[in-house]
Write a protein that binds this ligand. Structure first.
Ligand SMILES: Cc1ncc(COP(=O)(O)O)c(C=O)c1O
Length: 400
């Protein structure tokens, strides 16, 4: 009945987990919800004010499909400042979140049968969008023992004559791993030799905990700018998920193709959102720093609480706001065999909602969003540890 392309595509595991949590909450249970993929902070006051002022000034009509020139200019100026790359406003296009930025890219670049390389654990939208346009995701695994580091030779080794693009995500959802500049450079060189596009999802670029070199845009622009797409978003940095504002930075010709796609589909993103995003991008950045500092404190706390338990192993995330613990040591041949079983039983027994690793191509793991209050983190950690204990009460060396 429906188009073939839908047969290939899965729904969102994160949204499903969140819906389950909501169902229990409505049934009157005290649910600790660690599924959120969004900041728990309000949008900064000056950003909200700019959105409200836009409505009051009747800035409520269509804009150019690509977005208002001053916002495109402000975003290009931000990338010039932050990364030292030469970007013009003509290379920026405003999208309804990073999601549409990536989807425009998939529509404009991928033909049926094309291979698109990415790394796992991944944000599920990345391979699902590839499949939606009939292309084939080629997934290169990374290992928690190595901090989920992407290896250049593994990516280069996955290139075939059908490879059209490589999609990288740094900081990564769900692992919090960063891709180093030194890792990216040989990937870019391998792609440049074969005329392969590189798309970098920088949605969490402002949420990096330590001041480490992460100038991926510069590495790309220096070596491969004519086949580079950067996908950005205001959602996570500025706590603006509901406003729907993202962008692409891409060569002018590709940006023109995005403009055609968007002009025939959604047109511009909400006019008042654009004014709010302009205030966010070009106004004071203290709110971003304050949120990052708070995420860091939460990360350190929840990481310490959970890893005090011997059977839970967890890499400390370097960016974004998710913990991605390996709980395979708690699984057994009995009742709780998989991380999906674990997440389901944890929800039913302790009313703690997490997303199982299966959705991120990482069975044996859980994704815990720490974009929630310290009190919820403390309570949730206590319940998780109690649940873990209940799974292996008799096991030696696991007393607390
Ligand atoms: C890795 C990654 N990229 C992009 C996005 C897109 O977010 P938005 O469409 O709100 O900008 C998300 C959202 O969860 C994400 O986790």
């Amino acid at each position: 009945m429906f188009a073939q392309r839908l047969a290939q595509v899965a729904g969102s595991a994160t949204l499903k987990a969140a819906a389950e949590a909501e169902r229990l909450r409505r049934a009157g249970h005290d649910v600790v919800d660690f599924t959120a993929g969004e900041p728990d902070f309000p949008t900064p006051e000056h950003v909200k004010a700019a959105g409200k002022a836009a409505i009051d000034a009747n800035f409520t009509r269509y804009t150019a499909a690509a977005g208002i020139p001053e916002l495109r200019e402000a975003i290009s100026a931000r990338y010039r400042r932050q990364y030292g790359i030469e970007v013009t406003a003509a290379e920026v296009l405003l999208t309804a979140g990073g999601k549409q930025a990536l989807f425009n890219t998939a529509l404009a670049l991928f033909d049926p049968g094309d291979e698109v390389i990415t790394h796992a654990p991944y944000w599920p939208t990345i391979p699902e969008q590839v499949k939606l346009v009939g292309a084939v995701p080629v997934v290169v695994p990374t290992r928690s023992e190595e901090g989920f580091a992407v290896h250049a030779d593994a990516i280069a080794g996955a290139i075939t004559s059908r490879t059209k693009a490589i999609i990288l995500n740094s900081p990564c959802n769900p692992t919090g791993a960063l891709i180093d500049e030194a890792t990216l450079a040989p990937i870019v060189d391998a792609a440049a030799r074969r005329g392969i596009w590189i798309i970098v999802d920088l949605c969490y670029e402002q949420l990096i905990y330590e001041p480490v070199p992460h100038n991926l845009p510069k590495v790309l622009f220096d070596r491969h700018r004519d086949r580079t797409v950067l996908a950005g978003s205001a959602s996570k940095s500025y706590a603006m998920t509901g406003w729907r504002c993202g962008w692409t930075i891409a060569p002018k010709e590709l940006t023109a193709a995005f403009n055609t796609i968007q002009g025939q589909t959604t047109s511009n993103i909400a006019s008042m959102t654009q004014k709010a995003a302009l205030a966010a991008v070009s106004g004071p950045q203290d709110a971003v720093t304050a949120m990052l500092n708070e995420y860091r404190t939460r990360r350190d706390s929840i990481h310490a609480w959970l890893t005090a338990y011997p059977a839970i192993r967890c890499v400390k995330p370097r960016g974004a706001f998710y913990l991605f613990p390996d709980i395979s040591g708690l699984l057994s041949a009995g009742g709780v065999r998989t991380s999906a079983d674990f997440a389901q039983a944890l929800l039913e027994q302790e009313h703690v909602a997490v997303t199982a690793g299966e959705g991120f191509d990482a069975p044996g793991y859980l994704r815990i969003s720490y974009a929630t209050s310290m009190a919820q983190l403390r309570e949730g950690a206590t319940r998780i540890l109690r649940f873990a204990e209940s799974l292996q009460p008799a096991r030696a060396g696991v007393s607390r």
